[in-house]
Design a protein around this ligand. Structure first.
Ligand SMILES: Nc1ncnc2c1ncn2[C@@H]1O[C@H](COP(=O)(O)OP(=O)(O)OP(=O)(O)O)[C@@H](O)[C@H]1O
Length: 331
């Protein structure tokens, strides 16, 4: 049993036979079975109009399914008052809906203050989260939402959702308007924070790179609201279930795999005889192969030092990258 009294094995979300047919006859989602584990990040991807947003909105009952059941924490959501239900679920959408007459920092503080956190505590947490999403608390905090760019407003939306510390967070294209460079950093920081807080996240995107970077698992939807495949990023890239998934994950799969395969100690060469000059900069053992190759290119060296905390544990060469990649694919 966990702290909530639910067995650890109960998934956070369970969709069974869920379907949605809109009043005009459009079938947006077809017979969907899907589970999301506690603390897991599940990313929904797929072409436009394949039912991703509809699925997300059925989880917090902004849309009611026409068939099937949805359970959160083992409870059928149809038995829960929708307002009550949404109070426990964070929701971030592309058009964030910030309060226009409140300063940015006050927007982020709203929920914590509502639930009784002291203003000073809520403010310092809000400032921390603003910094986390790449905004300057002193510069952007005192502004009003209309004084920010679209991408900056989106980041405030993400900070506001995280401030409420919901056990479950639903996000629909949360980084859609954020420029590519900031976006990658934000994805990484968000992922780290969600892992640290143990937040369960279901996120919609149509950016496959974002999906493989952020998801513990990725669900690929196909036309007609059908689930084509669900699996780890590496499953999808290495073993697409059908041609539609293969097309969707694209021709760059080899390169994408690098971004989802972690370094392993056994792929490192010993440090013996390597001088500091040959080594250049070092990367952390929890980096991906993509990070490792990027560092080699940046340093213009054919090997890179690898650290575990403060200790150097070996060097990685392109041959080691190759071994790690082959091992991951063979698993
Ligand atoms: N209120 C509605 N009435 C009728 N059809 C709808 C309604 N809302 C959505 N649809 C249709 O349902 C299908 C799924 O829409 P949904 O928004 O879930 O797709 P999506 O995968 O999130 O798309 P996108 O990536 O473009 O946001 C689409 O064909 C859409 O036109």
């Amino acid at each position: 049993m966990d702290a909530t009294g639910s067995p650890e094995t109960t998934p956070m979300i369970r969709l069974s036979g869920v379907g949605k047919r809109y009043a005009d006859g459009t079938v947006a989602v077809h017979d969907l079975d899907l589970e999301v584990g506690r603390g897991e990040t599940l990313v929904l991807v797929g072409p436009s109009g394949c039912g991703k947003s509809t699925t997300l909105k059925m989880i917090n009952r902004l849309i009611e399914p026409t068939t099937g059941t949805i359970e959160i924490d083992g409870r059928d959501v149809t038995g829960v008052d929708p307002v009550q239900l949404r109070r426990g679920i964070g929701y971030v959408i592309q058009q964030v809906g910030l309060f226009p007459h409140q300063k940015v920092v006050d927007n982020v503080m709203t929920v914590p203050v509502l639930v009784g956190t002291s203003r000073s505590q809520a403010r310092s947490r809000a400032e921390e989260l603003l910094a986390m999403v790449g905004l300057e608390p002193d510069v952007h905090g005192p502004r009003y939402p209309h004084q920010l760019s679209g991408g900056q407003r989106q980041r405030v939306g993400v900070a506001r959702a995280l401030a409420a510390d919901p056990p479950l967070l639903l996000m629909d294209e949360p980084f859609g308007a954020v420029d590519p460079v900031v976006r990658v950093r934000l994805q990484e920081e968000f992922r780290e924070l969600a892992q640290r807080l143990g937040t369960t996240v279901v996120m919609v995107t149509h950016d496959i790179d974002e999906a493989v970077r952020m998801g513990d698992r990725v669900a690929v939807f196909a036309e007609g609201g059908r689930l084509a495949q669900v699996g780890t990023p590496l499953d999808l890239l290495a073993r697409p279930a059908d041609d539609a998934v293969a097309r969707f994950v694209g021709s760059e799969t080899g390169l994408r795999r690098l971004s989802v395969v972690p370094l392993r100690r056994e792929d490192l060469e010993p440090l013996d005889g390597v001088t500091g000059g040959q080594l250049g900069a070092a990367i952390d053992l929890d980096s991906t192969l993509e990070d490792a190759l990027a560092a080699m290119l940046r340093e213009d060296r054919a090997m890179i030092g690898v650290r575990d905390g403060v200790a150097f544990v070996g060097v990685l060469t392109p041959a080691g990258v190759h071994r790690a990649l082959r091992a991951a694919l063979a698993e």
